[in-house]
Write a protein that binds this ligand. Structure first.
Ligand SMILES: NC(=O)c1ccc[n+]([C@@H]2O[C@H](COP(=O)([O-])OP(=O)(O)OC[C@H]3O[C@@H](n4cnc5c(N)ncnc54)[C@H](O)[C@@H]3O)[C@@H](O)[C@H]2O)c1
Length: 183
């Protein structure tokens, strides 16, 4: 019998905890460990019944098969390159990096190492989006030449109280609008 896939979650904040919760609850995967040097990392590991590690290097003892990188945007290139160097497939939370140049560097390194990367643009997997793409690709509305889109957002009042979310490489464009750019 095949053993379950062992997933490490790096970053135990808002979304990393959700990833850890789903991995821990999955019938096909085990939560190999939670990687986060802050006190919330240890707390999340305890909550989801997994070992805690302060870094990817420390996590190797827990033999992950892949990593979900859910750290602040500004850390993505560094953390992604760590996964590539370890030969581990990674789901990179969006945006893949906080600049095109860094994203290209990370993708090139992953390609060269044969380490798969996936970006957490989950909306492209939504059946509505997939149907819309199928309709457009099938030519049902001809060749689109322009689109008119509107972006509205209302985050909780304290959402931008987290410092990195206000800094270069984050903010509403790189944190929120980026989903619609991907769409
Ligand atoms: N796909 C989605 O819908 C979605 C939703 C929310 C957030 N995100 C993305 O997920 C990422 C995290 O966002 P968040 O809101 O959860 O952030 P957060 O601030 O709530 O949590 C980030 C966590 O990363 C930890 N961390 C920082 N440096 C680290 C390192 N080197 N190694 C391990 N852990 C480290 C911090 O201690 C913190 O606990 C961002 O890139 C964000 O854009 C995606």
């Amino acid at each position: 019998m095949l053993r379950d896939t062992r997933i490490a979650v790096m970053g135990a904040g808002l979304i990393g905890r959700r990833h850890a919760m789903h991995v821990a609850a999955s019938a096909d995967a085990d939560l190999a460990c939670v990687i986060d040097p802050s006190p919330v990392g240890q707390a999340a590991a305890d909550e989801f019944g997994a070992p805690w590690a302060a870094s990817l290097a420390d996590a190797s003892a827990h033999r992950p098969d892949g990593v979900i990188v859910a750290t602040p945007n500004q850390m993505h290139m560094r953390n992604g390159l760590e996964c590539v160097a370890a030969g581990l497939p990674a789901l990179m939370e969006k945006p893949i990096c906080d600049s095109v140049a860094d994203a290209q560097r990370l993708v090139a390194a992953a390609d060269a190492a044969g380490a798969p990367l996936l970006t957490g643009h989950h909306r492209r997997h939504n059946p509505l989006m997939q149907k819309a793409k199928e309709i457009i690709d099938g030519g049902a509305i001809g060749t689109p030449v322009a689109a008119n889109a509107m972006f509205w957002i209302c985050k909780p009042d304290d959402y931008f109280n987290v410092e990195w979310r206000r800094e270069k490489g984050a903010g509403p464009v790189y944190l929120n609008l980026i989903h619609d750019v991907d769409t």
